[in-house]
Write a protein that binds this ligand. Structure first.
Ligand SMILES: *Cc1c(COP(=O)(O)O)cnc(C)c1O
Length: 498
């Protein structure tokens, strides 16, 4: 299986192995890597996955895409990534909310958010990719984070041979829980630093380091270090996400909620369009999916896109209670465009987006897109009341992102009169956003989000997941906070210390 860039318009497209795609992250023309063709699974193949563990389901699906990895390598990556130690009680269990609505819980990993599903395995895939591509230099992963990605990347990369990771976060832009999670990070190859500034300052600092050719040459020549990112557009982060759609389908079969061949809907709380795009690939591979419901918060640029065909990022940015979806440029949409419209149109749409801030997809292409997707959104008060309703009606505690998905799933069923079994994808533990979850149910926001953990657990009787349970008691290892202007020096000092 080979990979090509979404923007490669040449007749004989440049092709890459999966190891190369994972190592490079982004193609040289600025496009994203996509598989050249999509492997197919028959209904019998899908049925056969039912009796396998999550690890073996993952191994089977990944082996279809990562053909340059050996069976032993994939076995090792999957069994280490999704082991019971990291995902207590199973990697991606489904929970029945009612007869036609299920929740796919993707937050049983070490940081209590769905980013773990990819970031527990991607570092292992990258480490093997470096060996496969004869890379002898050390790799430093640089991350700017607004919260969840940084912690998930640190947990994924800690103690991985030959790779170090450095995370910058905005001192005043993350929650206390998120700060404690990162500052107490363990591992002998990790570094964490706060920035006096907001997320944009952190991100701009990291971007300017990545684009500083002279700096990269110096660290390469003098220190034998190359830079890489843990960005969500890397194919190595996307491919593990295909697995849990098959896994959820198998679990629905197991529960006798559906029969083999029945269609299901997935409703995915969406930001960068990575998670829902993985579901689309599963559909192309043959998983019986009726509709993919793209659920947005008030940053509803995608809802408008599916409705009108116009993607327009020139709009007000809203800070919401589902912050991991506060995004106006959904990078992975480029992959869908490339599949549907081809690389030439994709390239021109992306140029328009960069230069003018908007583009409009042809009506006939939109028809193809709308055959698979529906875009809906939830405002802040609907999100909060969904948390409350699902708790009082079903005794099921959900986080703010999952609430956006549940609200959109219910609206879809009502307005589109579709009774297909629907799975709302649950992307974070309610305890990751405990203060807003508490306020949604009990009306008053606790004094701090650390206090909210205990309060929410006391009131609901739902246990705090172990990675968050003793958060205020952990040893703080990283206390440094610096000016954004000093980020490059900080990276340079860290490299010299390696
Ligand atoms: C990252 C994230 C999302 C958005 O996922 P995309 O793949 O970017 O669409 C949704 N919910 C949570 C909790 C997240 O951390």
């Amino acid at each position: 299986m080979n990979y090509v860039s979404t923007r490669d318009t040449s007749k004989d497209k440049l092709s890459y192995t999966s190891a190369e795609a994972i190592k490079l992250g982004l193609a040289f023309d600025g496009g994203l890597f996509i598989p050249r063709e999509i492997p197919a699974l028959s209904l019998n193949d899908i049925g056969a996955l039912k009796d396998l563990s999550y690890t073996d389901r993952a191994k089977k699906i990944l082996s279809l895409f990562l053909t340059d990895y050996t069976d032993e390598e994939l076995e090792q990556c999957c069994s280490e990534a999704y082991c019971e130690d990291s995902f207590k009680g199973g990697a991606a269990p489904i929970y029945k909310i009612n007869d036609s609505l299920y929740s796919l819980e993707l937050w049983h990993g070490p940081t209590c958010a769905f980013k773990d599903m990819a970031l527990q395995i991607m570092p292992k895939l990258l480490s093997k990719a470096l060996v496969k591509t004869n890379e002898t230099r050390k790799t430093l992963i640089l991350v700017a984070t607004s919260g969840d990605t940084g912690k998930a990347a640190l947990e994924g990369y800690k103690n991985i041979e030959g790779i170090n990771i450095m995370v910058f976060y905005p001192n005043d832009g993350v929650s206390t829980v998120q700060k404690l999670q990162m500052a107490s990070q363990t591992g002998n190859n990790v570094n964490v630093c706060a920035i006096h500034g907001n997320f944009d300052d952190a991100q701009n600092g990291v971007k300017s380091i990545f684009s500083d050719k002279a700096f990269k040459e110096v660290i390469n020549d003098e220190n034998g270090v190359i830079l890489s990112s843990a960005n969500s557009i890397n194919w190595g982060r996307l491919v593990p996400q295909i697995v849990y759609y098959f896994s959820a389908y198998c679990d629905l079969l197991d529960n006798a909620a559906i029969s083999l061949g029945d269609k299901v809907n997935f409703c995915v709380p969406t930001g960068n369009f990575g998670n829902i795009f993985a579901a689309y690939i599963a559909k192309l591979m043959g998983l019986p999916i009726n509709k993919l419901i793209c659920a947005s918060n008030s940053n509803n640029v995608l809802t408008d896109f599916f409705k009108t065909g116009e993607y327009n990022k020139k709009r007000e940015f809203h800070s919401t209670i589902s912050p991991s979806m506060d995004i106006l440029i959904s990078s992975n949409l480029e992959r869908l465009l490339s599949f549907i419209c081809g690389s030439e149109k994709t390239q021109s749409y992306m140029t328009m987006l960069a230069n003018e801030g908007n583009y409009k997809v042809d009506a006939e292409d939109m028809e193809k897109i709308n055959a698979s997707f529906v875009g809906l959104w939830a405002n802040e008060s609907d999100t909060a009341s969904t948390i409350k309703n699902v708790w009082t009606k079903y005794g099921y505690l959900i986080d703010t992102h999952t609430a956006v998905a549940v609200k959109c799933a219910e609206e879809y069923r009502r307005d589109f009169t579709d009774n297909t079994v629907t799975v709302a994808v649950s992307t974070a533990s309610p305890y990751k956003f405990a203060a807003d979850v508490y306020a949604s149910i009990y009306g008053k926001k606790p004094e701090s989000d650390v206090a909210a953990l205990a309060l929410l657990s006391e009131k609901t009787g739902v246990e705090i997941p172990y990675p968050l349970a003793d958060i205020e008691k952990r040893e703080i290892r990283f206390k440094k906070s610096i000016d954004p202007a000093n980020m490059k020096n900080e990276v340079s000092d860290y490299i010299k210390s390696l």
